[in-house]
Design a protein. Sequence first.
Length: 130
Amino acid sequence: MNRRIKFILRTLLPRAIRQHLILGGPLRGCRIVTSWHDYPAAITGRTERPLLEWFAENVKKGETWLDIGAHYEYTAIGLCRLVGAAGKARFTTLLKENWNRLSMVMAFNIKRPLAWRGAFWRDQESYGLR
């Protein structure tokens, strides 16, 4: 799509950050917290496909994985689903607002006990763990 057209269309999309159902792709039916303006490809399920396919081939139940830079939490959902209840998933993100979204997304999508932990960077020298 032409960059200019894409830019114009994106400016018209809603900016309200809220819970959305992922409409297609491998994570169809999961929920994500974002806006149509910020991450329409996640809401429609058209993002990160090569990475999610790689996860499906390489991530096994019961393993422990680390997602550095979870940001919009799309791949974090995929990791959690693949490692299962016996596995562990760890996440980092640079911004506390992203950490808050990640916490909500995990609450929406993980229906069984799962060891997941995340970190956000407070500043360049320290971090917080939950």
